[in-house]
Design a protein around this ligand. Structure first.
Ligand SMILES: [Zn+2]
Length: 180
């Protein structure tokens, strides 16, 4: 009997628009050929908050998510509205790690109002989607991509995210199917 593929679990961390979460849960499954569940009721972990920076430490968020996993094989993608950071970065939009099989993406830096521009919900979702696919790419052990059109290309701000496509390039897709 073929081993059932592990699920992807979408976790809204704190107050996150449920329309966005639902849409994301529907759209990420086919990309990775997995079924998707939504896990509700998790808050931003208090212990990840850095009072001096006023931001949440992404690595601590990941370890909290790892402990919330129902089983080892499950892959977790969390979405939050709070600003995330890593010690060497002013901020991160997303952060994922294949070893614990978890990733987190923040809407904070991909909202236009952050740059003093009027909000555009459709663009916000598009950016979130791309960043989620990118971070899940890492969770599924797809190597960093050098094709700037590929959704798995490293980007550090919303303008760069807007410039890449929604799809994985052929090289990334092949890595994904090879490891599925
Ligand atoms: Zn690629």
């Amino acid at each position: 009997m073929a081993l059932l593929k592990a699920k992807i679990v979408v976790v809204p961390l704190g107050e996150v628009d449920f329309t966005i979460v639902n849409r994301l849960a529907t759209e990420v499954g086919p990309v990775f050929d997995r079924s998707v569940d939504i896990l509700k009721g998790m808050k931003m972990p208090e212990e990840s908050f850095n009072v001096i920076r006023g931001q949440y430490y992404a690595r601590v968020v990941l370890s909290k998510l790892e402990r919330a996993k129902a089983n080892q094989r499950e892959k977790v993608i969390a979405v939050c509205e709070d600003d995330l950071y890593l010690p060497d970065e002013n901020y991160v939009i997303g952060y994922g790690d294949h070893l614990p099989g978890v990733a987190v993406v923040s809407l904070f830096q991909i909202r236009q109002e952050f740059y003093g521009l009027p909000e555009d919900e459709s663009k916000v979702y598009d950016r979130l989607y791309k960043e989620v696919i990118h971070q899940l790419g890492y969770v599924f052990k797809v190597n960093s991509c050098r094709n700037s059109r590929c959704v798995h290309y490293d980007t550090s701000n919303m303008m760069e995210i807007d410039q890449k496509a929604r799809k994985l390039c052929d090289i990334c897709s092949r890595q994904l199917t090879g490891k599925a």
